[in-house]
Design a protein around this ligand. Structure first.
Ligand code: ZN
Length: 198
């Protein structure tokens, strides 16, 4: 078991992980988590480009902003989209995909950059900041109910583990000027996401 498999207290398996437990309210907090090894190798991250995460204190939510021209349904389609995003980030000289978690429209959670490394998702604001990407362009489309439910569950788990207050959960545009990310349909839901996170 390596360190990244310990994030969220999960055991890494070669297949999709289906996690199920119940909160005291009876609400399911099941998450399907896809290990990083299922879509891309970690590869070598040049130490100069990989900054340790340090103390985690906040979460930032993003969309990929890609024109909704390709379907995001099958496992292969999601893998392809993730590899496109990762290649784009590598081409910018970054060590790896910039986000720590990626949520697809079916609500599956794909592991991205290892959480012990600082992400690359908010210019000048990556320290202690967990990056969560929802696949889709929410300037034009609504995030799916499944993706929103997984986002809520994931944020709840991360809040509990790292003691992150609801007021430290952001949409990207709340931390940076000149971006519409995470798109106005998701931006409009950030208040509700924070209220649910209290
Ligand atoms: Zn963003």
């Amino acid at each position: 078991m390596n360190r990244r498999s310990l994030i969220l207290g999960l055991v890494a398996l070669p297949m999709v992980l289906s996690l199920s437990s119940c909160r005291s309210s009876g609400r399911s907090d099941k998450l399907v988590v896809v290990p990083r090894s299922q879509w891309a190798p970690l590869g070598s991250m040049p130490p100069a480009k990989s900054t340790p995460m340090g103390s985690i204190s906040r979460i930032t939510v993003h969309h990929d902003g890609i024109e909704p021209i390709t379907p995001l349904e099958t496992y292969d389609q999601i893998q392809s989209r993730l590899q496109t995003i990762r290649k784009y980030h590598l081409a910018r000289g970054w060590a790896d995909i910039g986000y720590h978690y990626i949520i697809d429209p079916r609500g599956r959670v794909w592991m991205g950059r290892p959480l012990q490394l600082q992400g690359a998702h908010v210019s000048g604001g990556n320290d202690g900041n967990i990056g969560i990407l929802l696949l889709g362009n929410f300037q034009f489309e609504q995030p799916s109910d499944e993706a929103l439910e997984s986002l809520s569950i994931l944020i709840g788990k991360l809040q509990k583990k790292y003691r992150i207050p609801a007021g430290r959960i952001y949409g990207h545009c709340e931390l940076a000027v000149g971006t519409e990310c995470p798109g106005h349909h998701l931006k409009d839901k950030m208040g509700a996401i924070r209220r649910k996170a209290r």
